[in-house]
Write a protein that binds this ligand. Sequence first.
Ligand SMILES: [Zn+2]
Length: 86
Amino acid sequence: MECYSEQICALAVDGELAPDEARRLRDHLTTCRRCRELVDALRAENRVLSESLQELPEEAAVPAGFPRLHRCDISTGCPFDENRRS
Ligand SMILES: [Zn+2]
């Protein structure tokens, strides 16, 4: 049985392989440990890449020093505490 190249496996992981080719590759993966490990490695690499890409906008959206809106001094009391005035 002929093995697939890393390039073909990468295309399959990206979902860019033709459907019949992808099915042939999947059939091959059930019998070939070497190619299955190659696809697994490529898939893990892809996941790490997409996760790091997703994290970037979230990190940029967090303002520095947040939250600083409500700072209370225990000796003067909290100006936002309604119970203190009764
Ligand atoms: Zn193989």
